[in-house]
Write a protein that binds this ligand. Structure first.
Ligand SMILES: Cc1ncc(COP(=O)(O)O)c(C=O)c1O
Length: 396
């Protein structure tokens, strides 16, 4: 029996997986069990920030594995403190909580915001969360409730109480939803799963103003857009708007599971010992991976490179026949096409290019931050071929 057949029998059917068994990766490329090569423009969905098996990341994690893998968060460890220090140096935040995933970062942020709102206002009814429709924040109950897409909720109700949804990029609707009972406004600066839709500056500015006016936390979910993906360390920097709390995960560990909640000092200090915890969060291996990603990001000046390559990628994509719109920031790119995106992604896969469809007619590209111009040229050429093939009706 093949590994794929076995997987279909043994794993819970939560994913509509593609029929490819990946066994190896290096840089911007991965290989399947038959030795077929793929250009990875999905990068674990914005995760493999340094590409696959970056030698320095492999070396750092290996060295740490020989020293101390894990210990309880009841003790201090050096990599965790170093990572927190670096994150607070790269951002306007003073405190960090480490967890293991994006959804966990959102959970932590929501708990922190509710605790802070109650403590600061003395009001028991200050627990509401305003989130956007078409958002995506993860699959655990808090993050799932915040996710403003009913299709993810179906079958899992009842969800958490106190959540309201407004249209993304509609400051007027946001203003009508926020009030004295609001504990948090939770937004992605760029909706990723929702189709790679950047916020408008007016929308984020309105969110900042309303959060301040009502003593609510502004939380930015930068799980997908953070850690350099857009050409700035945080996407919020493009807007000149500072959230009170920021969620990170995906790219932070370069493929090693780690998430983080960053917060302003005053907000962070609303947590007391016992309020929140994670057995594995920020353990020495994960923290070493995160630290190495951040070191390389800085030492190799990857942020300006992302900006440059992102512009080049977006420009190349605009030239393709059938491309109606290219949107996003840096190397988080959505391509609106006049063809079924799922079908185009399938043909891309057959041609050796990994990307994915986020909406019926929207493809997402999120290559490693180390992607080279030649890789971009190759990917765009493959996408051009795939779109032509679908257009000619070569695929049903
Ligand atoms: C913006 C955003 N938040 C949260 C999540 C959930 O992250 P995870 O799958 O690591 O729980 C995702 C995942 O796609 C995301 O894009």
């Amino acid at each position: 029996m093949s590994w794929i057949d076995l997987a279909e029998q043994k794993l819970m059917p939560t994913y509509a997986r593609l029929p490819v068994l990946l066994v190896r990766g290096e840089g911007v490329r991965v290989w399947d069990e038959e030795g077929r090569e793929y250009l990875d423009f999905l990068a674990g969905i914005a995760v493999n920030s340094l590409g696959h098996c970056h030698p320095r990341l492999v070396a750092a994690v290996t060295e740490q594995a020989q020293q101390l893998w894990h210990c309880s968060n009841l003790f201090y460890t050096i990599p965790q403190v170093e990572l927190a220090q670096r994150l607070t140096r790269l951002t306007p935040y003073q405190r960090v909580f480490f967890c293991n995933s994006g959804a966990e970062a959102v959970e932590g942020a929501l708990k922190l915001a509710r605790k802070h709102a109650r403590k600061q206002s003395g009001r028991e009814d200050k627990y509401e969360v305003v989130a956007a429709r078409n958002s995506f924040h993860g699959r655990t109950y808090g993050a799932l409730t915040a996710t403003g897409q009913p299709r993810y909720h179906q079958g899992f109700e009842p969800l958490l109480p106190g959540f309201h949804y407004i249209a993304y990029n509609d400051p007027g609707e946001l203003e009508r939803a926020v009030g004295e009972k609001t504990a948090a406004i939770l937004l992605e600066p760029i909706q990723g799963e929702g189709g790679v839709i950047p916020a408008t500056p007016e929308f984020l500015r309105a969110a900042r103003e309303l959060a301040t006016r009502y003593g609510a936390c502004l939380i930015f979910d930068e799980v997908q857009s953070g850690v350099g993906r857009t050409g700035r360390f945080l996407a919020q920097e493009h807007y000149g708007v500072e959230a009170d709390v920021v969620c990170l995960a995906k790219g932070l560990g370069g493929g090693f599971p780690i998430g983080a909640v960053l917060a302003r000092e005053e907000v962070a200090l609303s947590f007391s010992p016992g309020d929140h915890a994670s057995t594995f969060g920020g353990n020495p291996l994960a923290a070493t991976a995160g630290l190495t990603v951040l070191r390389i990001l800085e030492e190799e000046n990857l942020l300006s490179r992302v900006q440059e390559q992102g512009e080049y990628l977006q420009e190349c994509l605009r030239q393709l026949p059938g491309v109606k719109q290219v949107r996003g920031l840096g190397l988080l790119v959505g391509v609106v096409i006049d063809l079924p995106a799922r079908l185009v992604a399938k043909v891309c896969l057959e041609k050796g290019l990994l990307l994915n469809a986020v909406k019926e007619q929207v493809l997402r590209l999120a290559p490693p931050l180390v992607v080279a111009r030649e890789d971009i040229d190759q990917a765009v050429a493959l996408l051009r071929q795939a779109m032509a093939q679908v257009r000619e009706g070569g695929e049903e």
